[in-house]
Design a protein around this ligand. Sequence first.
Ligand SMILES: [Zn+2]
Length: 377
Amino acid sequence: MKGSIQIARLFGIPIQLHWSFFLILGWIVYIVLSRKGYWDWHSLGWTALSVFVLFFCVVLHELGHALTARRYGVKTRNIMLLPIGGLAVLERLPEKPKQELWVALAGPMVNVGLAVFFAPLLLLLSHEKFRQIFGFIIQQDGNFFARHILPWEWFIFGLVALNLIVALFNLLPAFPMDGGRILRAFLSLRLARIRATRIATFLGQVFAVILLATAWEYGNWAAGIIGVFVYFNATVEYRSAREEQLLERLSVKDAMRRQFSRLYPKDEMARAFQLLRQDKEHNFLVFDHWQNLQAVLSEETILKTAKNNRLDHKVEQWAGKEYDYVFEDESMKAAMLRMQKSGQSVLPVCNRYGRLTGLIDRMGVDHALRLQRQLKS
Ligand SMILES: [Zn+2]
């Protein structure tokens, strides 16, 4: 995502902070100043610590998703921290509904675990304190610094309560919350995946509308932002499920290129760049003089050599010798998965007798998807 900085790397996964997170810091200062009326380092420190710990719990929640996904062979690109929560960006969705179920459950389970782990600390609080804390929460009578509840007492109460709230909020059965994924996984056991997604998306949009109505009614802008976020993500989720369905239905044959230019190991990269400039072909296959396939050459690699003034290099210095195959009759989804796994943006295509008949790349797939959409509309 644009405008984010990497703050850490845990288990090999980059943890990134979105710029809008800094708005939170401003907000903390504003809250403390407006409630106390002066610059109070003590309150400021405790509030900042609480926010820090809360977001650390969110990171652990996302790591729950990411590490469970890893068990099923799915990598996580990064974990993004936004003011409204975290997001583990998985390279792809787990294949089976059961795996999706576990990946989705793992996040909220981490928060339940944290709440249970820290629960014994609550014994430090007296009955009277609990009565005051709940009294404040229920009455909403404003100034919590004026009460006789000390910052550390708020802190341990919040540690347990907020983890439970994060777990419960995420378990709401509406996309894009984890509960929506759990629901879809359950429905997918019985229904077609696209129908299951439609239902979870619809519930997500209903939930978003409720949030927006609440925001309007009570002037709660935080609920409003979350409502908008939920609505858009539910829509995005449905669109990507529909695309996935299309990828499953179309075969490699529908997107492959049968006429293509051949490159040879001793060609200069300039020739590849020339072909790329003509805008018909983006990725290439490299053959030896007996016309046996040797390697693949992607657009990114060609552009990299052009940028670094390496166009006089030979193709063999840059072409990728490790690549995968796909068969004409396989689905486009299978082709996309193999591209992701092999790290190459192009695959040679074979017919059922194992003879090379063409190539497929992301451009071809996008083109086929666009045509299919236009045919339907
Ligand atoms: Zn989650």
